[in-house]
Design a protein around this ligand. Structure first.
Ligand code: ATP
Ligand code: FE2
Length: 330
């Protein structure tokens, strides 16, 4: 029996999760939000610092455990924003010292994929679409590999930027989805797939010009944005399924809350005899439970940092998914 605590702090969410033998006992989080404009990393870091103790004690209460019951402390090592990541790292070190328990450093993107297994996916291709990240990831030949990704903006940031331009606030995803549902006319937009990768900045410029020309209905622009960009995601995800021969598609990241994206994924999977897995919102967006979940798997395989080795651990703001040494899987 193992109990692992997981700390998530890569971007705007500070979360603490508790997992016992693969079961989520608690998943508490608080998200830094802004009225307008994007995330200010130092402000988000401050937010995490101010909230960490309370989120930690709430997580222990919900899990109904004592701090002495914790076997290891996992934290998000990267990728992410340095001021935010540092709060997680320092908190993990502080707890490790206090509780005399080891630290397990976890890659955020792989955690998104692994937590998907609680939905019963066994060996999926993951379409990971969040604010900062857009990647298609799957485990293959000893590593988690990136089969395709955005060459510039994350799809969530792309949607949020357009939402800001048209004045519907942050986060833009839900508002754009609502407007899109009222759109009827498809307006031609650039469709930018390069090999297995996608690019969004040219589409954003094109949308801006169309919006400023005042010739189009805003609902139609939102509808066309979703249809175009989601089709690009589906095309590359489908090719990753074909290439790997895998039969499961797993969604991860906040943009996967979009019901039109889910619908399009379902149609594509249906057409090629694959199965779609959509985790519940709690574990789809950034959260501490996914860090605890993967942390427990890594810990049980013998990955643990203690004492001087723990002191030497650092954040990895630009860590790439395929850079991670995967010694915990066989
Ligand atoms: P990461 O650090 O993994 O990149 P993040 O913190 O930037 O994550 P998430 O919390 O996973 O991102 O997701 C936030 C994004 O999801 C925002 O860009 C938001 O607009 C988008 N989003 C939320 N709901 C929807 C929706 N219904 N449709 C489209 N986008 C959505
Ligand atoms: Fe994320």
């Amino acid at each position: 029996m193992t109990i692992v605590l997981g700390i998530e702090s890569t971007a705007h969410t500070f979360g603490v999760g508790v997992v016992k033998d693969g079961k989520i006992l608690a998943n508490i989080k608080k998200t830094y939000t802004t009225e307008s404009g994007g995330i200010i990393p130092s402000e988000a870091g401050k937010h995490h610092n101010e909230n960490k103790e309370k989120i930690y004690s709430d997580a222990l209460n919900v899990a109904n455990i004592d701090d002495k019951d914790i076997d290891a402390i996992a934290f998000s090592q990267g990728p992410g924003l340095s001021p935010c990541l540092l709060v997680g790292l320092r908190f993990a070190k502080q707890l490790s010292e206090k509780l005399k328990k080891p630290i397990v450093p976890v890659n955020h993107c792989i955690a998104h994929l692994e937590i998907g297994k609680t939905t019963n996916a066994k060996d999926p291709v993951m379409l990971y679409t969040s604010g900062a990240n857009t990647q298609i990831i799957a485990y293959s030949s000893g590593k988690y590999r990136i089969f395709g990704e955005t060459l510039d903006l994350g799809v969530g940031n792309f949607i949020d930027t357009f939402a800001r331009l048209i004045g519907v606030g942050f986060p833009g995803g839900p508002a754009i989805q609502k407007l899109a549902e009222q759109g009827k006319n498809y307006i031609e937009l650039p469709y930018v797939v390069k090999g297995m990768d996608i690019s969004l900045s040219g589409i954003l410029t094109n949308l801006k010009q169309k919006y400023e020309s005042k010739k189009y209905k805003i609902e139609d622009l939102c509808y066309s944005l979703q249809e175009t960009v989601f089709a690009m995601l589906i095309e590359t995800a489908e090719r990753a399924l074909a290439h790997t021969g895998k039969k499961e598609l797993l969604l991860g990241g906040g943009v996967a809350c979009n019901s039109r994206l889910q619908e399009m994924c379902k149609i594509m999977c249906g057409e090629r005899g694959a199965k779609l897995f959509v985790p519940s919102r709690d574990v789809l967006v950034d959260n501490g439970a996914m860090i605890a979940y993967l942390g427990e798997i890594m810990f049980n395989s013998g990955i643990k940092f203690f004492g001087k080795k723990a002191d030497e651990l650092d954040i990895k703001p630009r860590q790439r998914t395929d850079e991670v040494e995967v010694s915990w899987k066989n």
